[in-house]
Write a protein that binds this ligand. Structure first.
Ligand code: FUL
Length: 502
């Protein structure tokens, strides 16, 4: 009774919170916020979650081929040919950082076997090149420059080696692991280890000059090789056609599918066990809705026609407009954009590449500078336990750590943003709270015309990030309908933007 009397003297928010508190006194547990939803399906590991945040980073194809004007060296190239005239790791790392990239992955060894670091296990390396009098180490200079410029650093170590005499024999696998150990021990923190799928064929092989093929499923004993990566660099993600952390998207053109699941169950070309270089790789474009593993796609593509620098391609650098499209087709479909920017024979990022990268950066910055959804009034048809900690406003909040969620039984629901004055936008960003898995299977976006709801976009997968470009609209209300989900949705972000013109 006394509690009741006091209630009557309170007003506004004070009344509301006191009332809730008093009413809950006898039933404290039933009024507390509900527990978060249970994860659905495979979920990302901590290292995968950190990787998802990178989104856009560089591939650096720079090695012997840069100096021989080739894409695949045979393996008999003289180390004397590797001789950049003005190698400048700071120019490379600084440029990449300034254009918005978060990391770089260097071809420490490509198929021709030449090593950019003075490996103690071969003579086929920078130590026998005239560059820096044979005392140079490209891996070290770039790893250190990355640290100085706030980039993460990763390595590509080609499993195929057309130079090595033992390629095809068990001894070569020991050599490969020894090299991996050098790279993962001597150069600080490595964020990603990249294993290519191209493997086997003709080559120099220590002078044998013949064709050699290996059993892709068994030769490298990949589980044991990856265990070495885990031991030496526990935070590094491992990329290959089959993961185990990041999958190849199945094309070298830089795009994921319009529908693209982070989950995937790779199978071999013959329908059996998969291995790097032996998968039905086209399935990587979409992944599998019921995939057994969290294996998000990395979309690799070169800014030039070739992976390595060729002066003849200086006029063929992809434009910022093309790169902007690729960004939407990779990052905007839940993957990462691994954009190859091959240093030239000086050992620097070429001016033409730099120009387009800076134009791209300007346009991305301008596009995503203002999220029009922030400040909107957010409501939802369902909110988990009616708790503000799962409220609609979480989806339009600045951070991605809070999310709008519904009760477990509700797998179709909608969220509406309402604005005091009309907003104009032509780009939508959606994000799920992926720590709980990929849950949404279909969504519809609508705007209020003044008299009715009009559909402006429909889609399937969301995952870490979905970017949609739509014809420009002006409206005071935007509605996101989650039409189908495998478990109650957990939406971290609904952002609205206006695309900057180039
Ligand atoms: C391919 C390689 O054969 C190319 O040379 C390049 O390195 C590309 C990224 O992967 O499989």
């Amino acid at each position: 009774m006394r509690g009741h009397a006091r209630l009557q003297t309170l007003k506004g928010p004070q009344l509301k919170s006191s009332a809730v508190f008093l009413l809950c006194l006898p039933l404290l547990t039933s009024c507390s916020a509900p527990p978060p939803p249970k994860p659905y399906g495979p979920i990302p590991s901590a290292r995968q979650l950190a990787w998802h945040e990178l989104e856009y980073y560089a591939f650096l194809h720079f090695n012997m081929n840069t100096f021989t004007d080739r894409e695949w060296g045979y393996g008999d190239e003289s180390p004397a040919l590797f001789n950049p005239t003005e190698f400048d790791a700071d120019q490379i790392a600084r440029t990449l950082q300034e254009v918005g990239m978060k990391a770089l992955i260097l071809t420490a060894k490509h198929h021709d076997g030449f090593c950019l670091w003075p490996s103690q296990f071969t003579e086929h390396s920078v130590k026998n090149s005239p560059w820096r009098g044979g005392k140079g180490d490209v891996v070290r200079e770039l790893a250190e420059a990355c640290k100085r410029h706030g980039l993460k650093f990763g390595v590509y170590l080609s499993p195929w080696d057309r130079n090595h005499k033992d390629y095809g024999k068990p001894e070569y696998v020991t050599y490969y692991r020894n090299q991996l150990r050098e790279l993962l021990t001597n150069y600080g923190e490595i964020f990603e280890v990249w294993h290519d799928g191209a493997n086997g064929g003709d080559g120099y092989y220590g002078g044998a000059r013949e064709s050699r093929f290996i059993d892709k499923k068994t030769y490298y004993d990949w589980p044991a090789t990856w265990a070495l990566v885990r031991e030496l660099q526990p935070n590094a993600v491992i990329f290959s056609d089959v993961g185990p952390d990041i999958r190849w998207v199945g094309n070298e053109n830089g795009y994921a599918g319009e529908t693209c699941w982070a989950t995937y169950s790779p199978v071999g070309e013959d329908g059996g066990e998969p291995a790097p270089g032996d998968t039905r790789y086209r399935e990587g474009i979409e992944g599998h809705r019921e995939g057994k593993h969290w294996l998000p796609p990395e979309c690799d593509v070169s800014i030039r026609p070739g992976w390595f620098y060729h002066a003849a391609q200086d006029s063929l650098v992809k434009s910022a407009e093309t790169l902007f499209d690729l960004y939407f087709e990779s990052v905007g479909r839940g993957g990462a954009l691994l954009l190859n920017v091959p240093p030239d024979r000086r050992g620097r990022i070429h001016e033409n590449d730099e120009r387009e990268l800076r134009r791209l950066k300007r346009r991305l910055d301008e596009t995503f500078a203002i999220n029009l959804a922030q400040g909107a009034d957010a409501t939802a048809t369902h909110v988990r336990g009616e708790a503000s900690s799962f409220g609609a406003g979480n989806a339009s909040a600045r951070d991605n750590q809070s999310y709008w969620a519904t009760d477990d039984a509700i797998t179709a629901a909608s969220l509406t943003l309402e604005f005091r004055t009309p907003i104009a936008f032509d780009c939508v960003m959606l994000q799920e709270y992926i720590a709980l898995g990929q849950r949404v299977e279909a969504f519809v976006l609508e705007v209020w015309s003044g008299s009715e709801w009009q559909i402006i976009a429909e889609g399937t997968s969301i995952g870490h990030k979905r970017l949609l470009r739509i014809p420009g609209v002006q409206t005071k209300k935007v509605r996101l309908n989650i039409a189908k989900a495998s478990a109650c949705p957990a939406i971290a972000n609904l952002g609205l933007y206006k695309i900057a013109q180039q």
